[in-house]
Design a protein around this ligand. Sequence first.
Ligand SMILES: CC(C)(COP(=O)(O)OP(=O)(O)OC[C@H]1O[C@@H](n2cnc3c(N)ncnc32)[C@H](O)[C@@H]1OP(=O)(O)O)[C@@H](O)C(=O)NCCC(=O)NCCS
Length: 155
Amino acid sequence: MNPTLSAAVVIRRVGLSRIDDLLALEESCFSCDRSNRRNLRHLLLSPSAYCLGVYHGGELVGSMVVLFRSNSCVARIYSLAVAHAARGLGVGRRLVAKAEQRARARGCTWMRLEVRMDNFPAIRLYESQGFADTEVLCGYYEDGAHAFVFRKELN
Ligand SMILES: CC(C)(COP(=O)(O)OP(=O)(O)OC[C@H]1O[C@@H](n2cnc3c(N)ncnc32)[C@H](O)[C@@H]1OP(=O)(O)O)[C@@H](O)C(=O)NCCC(=O)NCCS
C-alpha cells in the first residue's frame, strides 16, 4: 500500500464475520501471546469490548480492541495490529486516536496498555501520542519478556 492509498482506508467496527481475517492478522503480527479463535469470538461478542477493523478495498489490514469496565474510568488498549503492507502510513496513530475518542465518549479519564519492552515501533507510537511508561510487569508475556505499562490521562 502506498501513502496515497492509505487515505482510502476505512476504519469501522469489526464483526464476527471477519474472525478468520482477524486470526490471520494476529498470526502475521504477533509471534506469541496471540488471541485464539475462542478469545476473539468472546471479544467480538462482548459489550465491553470496542473492536475496530481497518479495511482497504475490503481487505482487513488492521485491528484494535479496547476494553472497558463498568465502574472504571480507565480504558485499556488490549490489542493493536497493522498488517506489514500497511505500516508506517499513520494507521496505528489513527487507531489510537479512535480509541481515545471512544474512551472519552464513555466517560473514561485514563487509557492504559501493556507493551513489550523490546517493541520499539509500538513504544514510539504510544510515546508520540502522549502515553508515558509508568510501571514494569516482569515476565508478563508467554516467552518471559517484560512489559511496560503505558498510561495517558485523557483531558
Ligand atoms: C506498532 C504498530 C501498530 C504501528 O502501526 P503503524 O500503522 O505502522 O504506525 P504509524 O504509521 O501510525 O506510526 C505512528 C508513529 O509510531 C512510530 N513508529 C511506527 N512504526 C515505527 C518503526 N518501525 N520504528 C520507529 N517508530 C515507529 C513513529 O513515531 C510514528 O510516527 P512518524 O511516522 O511520524 O515517525 C505496527 O508496527 C504493528 O502492528 N506491529 C505489530 C503488532 C504490535 O506490535 N502491536 C502493538 C502491541 S502493544
